[in-house]
Design a binder for this molecule. Structure first.
Ligand SMILES: [Ca+2]
Length: 260
């Protein structure tokens, strides 16, 4: 289920230019920050197309709590979400939720799950924009914590919450062009259409799932219930393999020194 025509968004993005972030000092175009203007561009475009449905994650929370001033306890504020999965993915921690008020609203946080949120009829469409300087070879970026996805799957299955959340990725490929960055191509990926067995977990990189959106498998045709079960099967097997490696490398060679 999707409310957004990603095909249209992708073709709209092609050949779009943004200002090079550090053009003034002609600095290097490194890391995540370089592509940030494209993230903002995608957000502004979606906001124009769907002014009443598109939010930043923190804007949605601010809006929700502002519209419900009678909900002040953590429990009351959590109850504003009809979906346990959306609550898990989108809400802030207990202390932050309790301390929220009109004078102390949320601001953007680096580890928010989504860059952009589309909300309509109790359905939450999460969109994360990934930007890629294609003049450089780069390893696949961190996408989302594999542990967070495992927790999400458990919540989906425990609550039979199968129709309230989608997780989507847009990759913007760009090249530097004088004092601009120009989008050469854009790609779309739906996490729940990626066969769980094809996902790569980089345990050493804070157990992040890593992929280039343009290379994400999109052939999975099962239901979300089936996806969640298949993901947890893959996750547990991968964690057990990781335990095994940890034991062989970091325990076994040293065990004899610590045994009495
Ligand atoms: Ca992003």
């Amino acid at each position: 289920m999707s409310n957004i025509s990603y095909v249209k968004i992708l073709s709209w993005l092609e050949n779009k230019e943004v200002d090079r972030p550090n053009a003034a000092d002609n600095g290097t175009l490194s890391g995540h920050a370089a592509g940030e203007p494209f993230e903002k561009l995608v957000y502004r475009h979606l906001k124009e197309l769907y002014p009443n449905n598109v939010y930043k994650q923190y804007e949605f929370l601010n809006d929700l709590y502002r519209r419900n001033p009678e909900s002040i306890t953590i429990k009351d504020r959590q109850a504003l979400f009809n979906s346990p999965v959306a609550l898990f993915l989108l809400s802030r921690g207990d202390a932050a939720t309790r301390d929220w008020d009109i004078q102390n609203v949320f601001e953007e946080k680096q580890n928010d799950t989504a860059d952009i949120l589309f909300h309509k009829n109790e359905y939450f469409e999460l969109i994360d924009v990934k930007t890629r300087n294609i003049s450089k070879a780069a390893q696949a970026p961190n996408i989302i914590s594999a542990y967070k996805v495992a927790q999400m799957c458990a919540i989906i299955l425990d609550n039979q919450d199968f129709d309230t959340v989608g997780i989507n990725y847009v990759e913007v490929d760009w090249l530097p062009k004088e004092d601009k960055l120009v989008c050469t191509q854009a790609h779309y990926g739906n996490l729940f259409k990626a066969t769980p067995n094809t996902l790569y977990i980089n345990w050493a990189a804070a157990m992040q799932i890593q992929f280039h959106v343009s290379e994400l498998d999109q052939t999975y045709t099962g239901t979300l219930e089936e996806w969640a079960k298949a993901y947890l099967k893959m996750f547990v097997a991968s964690a057990e393999h990781r335990c095994d490696i940890m034991y062989k490398k970091y325990v076994k060679p040293f065990k004899k020194y610590v045994e009495e």
